[in-house]
Design a protein around this ligand. Sequence first.
Ligand SMILES: [Zn+2]
Length: 503
Amino acid sequence: MALARARSVALYGVDGRLVEIEADVGDGVPAMRLVGLPDAALHESKVRVRSAVLNSGWVWPNKRITLALSPATLRKTGSGFDMALACGVLAAEHGELSARLEHTVLIGELALDGRVRPVRGVLPCLLTARAAGVRTVVVPHDTLAEASLVDGVDILGARCLNEVLEWLRGEGELERPGPLVLAPDQVPLELADVVGQHAARTALEVAAAGGHHLLLVGSPGTGKTMLARRLVGLLPALRTEEALQLAAIRSVAGRLSNEGPLSLVPPFVAPHHSSSMASLIGGGSGVAKPGAVSMAHRGVLFVDEAPDWGPHMLDALRTPLEEGEVRISRTDGSVRYPARFQLVMAANPCPCAPAHDRDCICPSLARRRYLGRLSGPLMDRVDLRAELMPLVALTSADVQPGESTEVVRARVLAARAAAVERWAEYGWLSNAEVPGPALRDRFRLPRRVVAPLDSALFRGELTARGADRALRTAWTLADLGGLDRPDTEMVERAIAFKEQRAA
Ligand SMILES: [Zn+2]
């Protein structure tokens, strides 16, 4: 036997491709060649694989070794092919390993002493293998908790190369994943802890019920961040496939917890305004890593002090907001990550950001320009805007404790259920997802109901896109109010929520 085949998976973002590795061990000057567009990290496999084989007590064939990875035109990256490469070489030399190897996908990096090391992205690799009809996958033992999320494939965990080789020979057993463990329940942050701020709390509830993007404006210390953090506690739990998508993104980012890797809690991600474009959108050197917009997939992306983010950073949010995913261009193709998040932006009312005991010292032009930094096209996607008041300005009636997360969440879930039922035929899961033409056509409201919108458009106070957004909000107000469609008052309130940016 001089030729053997092994298989592994190449990842491009969260999308994978099955890779076949042909190992040819023949006579000639001893050498080892790796062909089929391997990157630098994969080239280093040659060193690791040889040492791991020797240190596992096997003889390294002192021959001419060629390892060909196909499809040959796809760039392959990373260290996850080590195990398949080592087994391929040894199977070419020792035929008895081949039978099982041909039906198995191997994923894992090898340490020089032969231990199998965990790699990122085991979950999306397994999903790829399952979709390709693979029956058996060997993964690093340390990733078995993550692997337990995938059913329908026989998954085995290996601690060292020798365990895998014995199993390939039909002699040893490999460990299977335990039962799927959900992440421990988290007690959501309590909305009642937010004192006063009635208008902003209402906006938060509407945002949660309709999946709308939200802008919070208020001086430092008025509780914008505190309020934003409480949004995830009002949202419905993730559906299993959403949680699995998010887990795949976290897996590629190397941020998947081993204790209960599947979490049904929507994520809350708050990047800092000094973040790099790569950490916000995704990218970086080597493997393109998911950015904050993808880590927030199916959850909340909180952009604090939004006017201080550069315009190019804010503009970069537009594509994921519109398309629900990002594509990161590389010299050898593009990488895709899901990025469907709910955006919450927060802003001070002006550049001097007066605390409650100071007055604003900004010229009026500077004040206007400050929020004007939030560009029109971005703000057109933000349905709701709420002002937070300094606490000193609150009357005692405002300081009454507000409703709890549990009470508000119950209303949000009822409203969401009403929306899901109404749009079921079209597959939209929240009002924020409904396309503008559908709102103006199939679900057109009577003229007298939308009269306030028509006049706001006529006066130039709303753009056409802004009018669509107000319509969506009006539907959410109807869902929260238990009506089957919005009335005039709801349309008026929706326009007030939408309010113009130059305050
Ligand atoms: Zn000021």
